[in-house]
Design a protein around this ligand. Structure first.
Ligand code: ATP
Length: 433
């Protein structure tokens, strides 16, 4: 037994010495090493590191012809196949300086923290920090703009998609476009030119000293195309969508964390804002909760741990202005009148866009989308019926979809006319009541 203990102690002390020597030699090597390492983690304290994404894209596109491992993807049906370098280590040369990139992942494969590590000789320090990194990030951003697959993120825990920090994400494949969006053509033009001005507004926002962001409020009855318009905006600008589910957020600080984890060139959406926030008290509503039956202290505790109106205003104006750029925030509502004026005042929500019942102009777009016709003898009848009937584009679209079931154009339009006539009678009846 004594012998056993002596051997154990001997090995333990030897091991300690070895690890001490190891640590000491690491210090010496680091001290004298001619190499410098710069790390670019994907997230820093939940904040998304924009440089990481740009570097990732740059390295993915770098010297594909020399790569041994490639990843192929078709980001959109309309776009070609995109090949990406799929190697953890990449070498690069810039103005005579040799650098090595390595992608290091810690933790589990799926949720691990990823970091790009850049190693180079100390001699190249000035070139690397002075211009190379800037070059890589700018190149990455411009490649990303051309080939980007738009993503849809949500903070809703019930969706079990691919996670990336606080958000869950999937590829965004909605086919909506402004061309197929049925709305008044002049309103459509107005929205499109506002988006263009925003997209090209970098210098303008800098000049006036305002954060590069814009808020849109989409309002109108159900089925008038609010969600469709968000998809059309995302496709038009090629921005990611962050679908923010307020009811899944426990506090204002969680809301801030989510915000700082969003990337630039993105649209943050809160749908049906009137349903997720009680705007009279500023407390978030929760199904089945009856606050009036709770004691005061409990009420206070609860309201402190929830998203409040002021938390939401801060989200739009406060920190939001300070982090990231090129952000669009969109609220949708079916009940404009229920919203607190503070939330929707111009400056916060820069443009209020009404999506209204189907006009004849909007119908013509739907007829083109679904039936591929520009005119038809029944159009006159549809036009006069639409003038007197409040019907959502979604209901009109539903009638026209029948074409897919091999019902001919005439049959579809006759069906639509009949349903519009029924609807008109119903609405007249209600008015008389
Ligand atoms: N303006 C429109 N242009 C083209 N299609 C439309 C339009 N409005 C509705 N649709 C069709 O109706 C469906 C439902 O519309 P959408 O979800 O965009 O309406 P919404 O206003 O967001 O409704 P809700 O308020 O109920 O969320 C869409 O999938 C689309 O096919």
């Amino acid at each position: 037994d004594h012998l056993k203990i002596a051997i154990k102690e001997f090995f333990l002390s030897t091991l300690q010495q070895v690890s001490f020597v190891q640590r000491f030699s690491d210090h010496i090597i680091n001290f004298f090493s001619p190499y410098v390492v710069i790390s670019f983690p994907e997230y820093e304290e939940y904040r998304f590191n924009h440089a990481f994404a740009a570097i990732d894209t740059y390295l993915g596109a770098k010297a594909i012809d020399k790569a041994h491992k490639l990843k192929a993807s078709q980001v959109k049906e309309s776009k070609g196949l995109v090949l990406k370098r799929d190697e953890a280590k990449v070498r690069d040369v810039y103005q005579g300086v040799h650098v090595w990139w390595e992608l290091v992942t810690t933790g589990t494969d799926h949720d691990g923290d990823r970091t790009h590590k850049l190693t180079f000789h100390r001699r190249g320090l000035e070139i690397v920090t002075g211009s190379y990194i800037k070059y890589v990030v700018e190149e990455g951003i411009s490649i990303e703009d051309k080939t980007k697959q738009t993503k849809l993120y949500t903070n809703n825990p019930s969706f079990g998609w691919d996670t990336s920090g606080l958000w869950r994400r999937i590829d965004f494949e909605h086919p909506a476009s402004f061309q197929t969006l049925a709305m008044d053509p002049s309103k459509k033009e107005e929205v499109l030119s506002d988006l263009e001005a925003f997209r090209n507004g970098k210098e303008y926002y800098k000049k006036i000293g305002k954060a590069w962001k814009r808020g849109y409020l989409l309002y109108g009855p159900p089925g008038t195309g609010k969600t469709t318009m968000i998809a059309a905006i995302a496709n038009h600008l090629n921005y990611n969508i962050y679908d923010l589910e307020l009811t899944a957020i426990k506090s204002n600080s969680e809301l801030r964390k989510l915000l700082t984890a969003t990337s630039s060139k993105s649209i943050i959406v809160i749908e049906d804002i009137d349903c997720s926030l009680d705007l009279t008290t500023g407390e978030r509503k929760r199904d089945g909760d009856d606050l009036s039956s709770k004691k005061d202290s409990e009420k206070k505790e609860q309201s402190e741990s929830r998203v409040t109106l002021s938390g939401l205003l801060n989200f739009i104006d406060g920190i939001w202005s300070a982090c990231g750029q090129e952000r669009i925030i969109i609220f949708t509502t079916n009940h404009m009148e229920k919203l607190d004026p503070a939330l929707i005042r111009r400056g916060r929500m820069d443009m209020h866009i009404e999506l209204s019942y189907c006009s004849f102009e909007a119908f013509k777009v739907l007829a083109k989308n679904y039936l591929d016709v520009d005119s038809h003898p029944l159009f006159g009848q549809v036009e006069s019926l639409l003038k007197d009937t409040n019907v959502a584009p979604a209901d009109v679209a539903e009638k026209l979809i029948a074409k897919n079931q091999r019902i001919e154009v005439d049959g579809c339009l006759e069906d639509l006319v009949q349903s519009l006539e029924r609807k008109m009678k119903e609405q007249r009846g209600q008015d008389e009541d």
